[in-house]
Design a protein around this ligand. Sequence first.
Ligand SMILES: Nc1ncnc2c1ncn2[C@@H]1O[C@H](COP(=O)(O)OP(=O)(O)O)[C@@H](O)[C@H]1O
Ligand SMILES: [Mg+2]
Length: 236
Amino acid sequence: MVTENNQVIIRTENLGKAYPLPGNDWLRVFEGIDFELRAGELVAVMGVSGVGKTTFLNIIGGLDRPTEGRVFFQGQNLWEKTPVEIALLRNRYIGFVFQFYHLLPEFSALENVAIPLLIAGRSREEAMEQAARALEEVGMGARLDARPAQLSGGEQQRVAVARALVTGPGLLLADEPTGNLDWKTGEKILQLITDLHRKKGLSSIIVTHNERIARYCHKAYLLEAGRMKLLEGPAG
Ligand SMILES: Nc1ncnc2c1ncn2[C@@H]1O[C@H](COP(=O)(O)OP(=O)(O)O)[C@@H](O)[C@H]1O
Ligand SMILES: [Mg+2]
């Protein structure tokens, strides 16, 4: 198990996002967010539907541009980089897990997990070998050839977790990873994510509207009325 240290992985400074609306109006999603994720931490971001959790995660992960403030990824100003630099950084250092898995339907589990490795320039053999190992690690070693449609929701999310981690990223961003699953399956996915978090020494942010998840985490934030609040104390 990797112990926590004080290295800051993600820091936001006065982060704000507004979307333009028709006319001259803006939809202000959030503002003034100072958030910090340190090495080895597992942090929950909670809040009701529509409050801006996905927007926040996408900005941290280099998928959506902030309208105010800055994001520092290991001390580097993320949104000062070029789109190509940001894409490279995402491929190398960030693993994403989404609520609806986002697996490519026409590809097998093995191929879905191999794709980030192929994008990173690995050979096909190496990519397939490493993808198979990643699928074994999430308990899907017997389903390498299955298409997403042949898998249950929980199984698809396992494949998605393998895909997120196959390139060995240090940062895991999970956007409501259990939001589409029944309670028991969701528990198993959370267990899987927290186990992998520890085993691989990840720094992780799990976005959820489900309070139950907070007890797996070191810290929990609540996004509410456009502001981010740190909730009292670490979870037990
Ligand atoms: N691309 C977009 N253009 C305009 N409004 C958006 C866009 N993406 C999200 N929103 C709006 O921003 C708010 C926050 O959305 P989101 O981050 O998806 O919330 P959550 O993930 O907490 O449910 C919502 O009101 C949503 O409709
Ligand atoms: Mg969302």
